[in-house]
Design a protein. Structure first.
Length: 86
């Protein structure tokens, strides 16, 4: 998992659109930084958001290592799907 993720990648992880993630950053609900090409969300914030989502949906605690693996799998799958559709 990278140190910072794009809003598109965070959207894939959370099941939301990149626009919703951008709006969350702008509103201060999601920690992120604006850069020339868009926004980036720090790894720690993505882990926090993913943990909240997984624990709310499953009622189970999850480790950082397991979350990182899950996040990497989601990003890899979606990047392959996007690349394959171009």
């Amino acid at each position: 998992m990278e140190d910072h993720l794009s809003t598109e990648q965070v959207g894939w992880v959370l099941g939301r659109s990149a626009g919703t993630i951008r709006d969350g950053v702008k509103a201060g609900e999601i920690e992120g930084t604006r850069i020339t090409s868009g926004f980036r969300v720090p790894k720690a914030e993505v882990l926090r958001l993913a943990r909240e989502k997984v624990e709310a949906e499953t009622g189970r605690k999850v480790s950082d290592k397991a979350l990182e693996k899950l996040i990497d799998e989601v990003i890899t799958t979606n990047e392959a799907a996007v690349t394959g559709s171009r």
